[in-house]
Design a protein around this ligand. Structure first.
Ligand code: PAF
Length: 285
């Protein structure tokens, strides 16, 4: 039997009205915020949210404030028809698809910063990125008013920042981390994988391979973070001559600070550029 099509809500006022009605009816809202270009990773978030809530809302909004000058805001893939199709298959109730003008008043003055966590790892090479993410997620939570929101672990720093944001601002949204979905060769799914040439796509598996190697060494007793980091960098440089390493790090998953010795609660995280495409991945150790 065909699923009912999701309702598409184009303005914050329409989305808020839908949520208000749902909450008045005593229904819980599960929320998956996205920038569209949906793939099986997003689908896994939707499937989990579908199971755990009465209603499921998905936002599709390429958020301008999280892109820096010279980044890929203009060319970020936009594919509303395919996205709406995937949402229908995931039994989504509401798609929120606002315009930048609706989300940001021309004289908007309020931005959200999550001190300390936003300036490390990806924040070092993408200044302002997490300020944009935290700001738009705070806005989306205020509009959608979900009980739970679902985020992939691939963006581990984003996930941690949003957990702290929701706690610190008492937003009352339970943040649900979801496992990374990978291609058969191990590459983590990302909308940006579309940018890779066939040669780059082959080399991109080096991110996952370096992380898996570190995980294996840790399982075998290695604790020295510098030794593990050195080996990961070496593996990437050998496997992918086109790779330009942004960072390879081993950090505490709560504080995102570097550790000298691996213990429970650490992850290896890395960012690598292949041509113009910046890929990230991570693994718990
Ligand atoms: O992970 C993303 O797709 C975006 O950063 C998010 C959380 C939708 C905010 O724009």
């Amino acid at each position: 039997e065909p699923m009912p099509e999701p309702i598409v809500l184009a303005t914050p006022a329409e989305m808020s009205a839908w949520s208000r009605q749902a909450l008045q009816a005593g229904k819980s809202i599960g929320f998956v915020p996205t920038m569209g270009a949906l793939h099986a990773g997003h689908k896994s978030l939707m499937d989990r949210a579908r199971k755990e809530n009465d209603l499921l809302a998905v936002s599709i909004f390429v958020n301008p404030t999280q892109f820096g000058p010279g980044e890929d805001f203009e060319r970020y893939p936009r594919s509303f028809e395919a996205d709406a199709q995937l949402c229908a298959e995931a039994d989504v109730d509401a798609i929120f698809q606002p315009t930048p003008q609706d989300m940001y008043a021309a004289d908007a003055r309020t931005f959200v910063e999550v001190g300390g966590l936003q300036d490390v790892l990806c924040g070092l090479s993408r200044p302002g990125h997490f300020r944009g993410v935290a700001t738009v997620v705070a806005k989306l939570f205020a509009i959608v008013r979900p009980a739970r929101a679902y985020f992939g672990r691939k963006d581990a720093q984003q996930l941690r920042i949003i957990e702290v944001l929701s706690r610190d601002l008492h937003l009352g949204v339970t943040i649900v981390p979801c496992e990374i979905v990978r291609e058969p060769d191990g590459l983590a799914l990302s909308s940006r994988n579309k940018y890779l040439s066939p040669a780059q796509r082959k080399q991109a598996v080096c991110l996952n391979q370096a992380l898996a190697h570190a995980q294996k060494r840790v399982a075998a007793g290695e604790k020295d973070a510098m030794a593990l980091i050195g080996k990961m960098a070496e593996l990437i440089e050998q496997a992918a001559p086109d790779a330009e390493i942004d960072y390879v790090a081993i950090v505490d998953m709560q504080t995102l600070q570097d550790v000298a010795a691996v213990s429970g609660g650490c992850m290896a995280a890395l960012a690598v550029k292949l041509g113009n495409t910046r890929l990230i991945d991570n693994m718990r150790l």
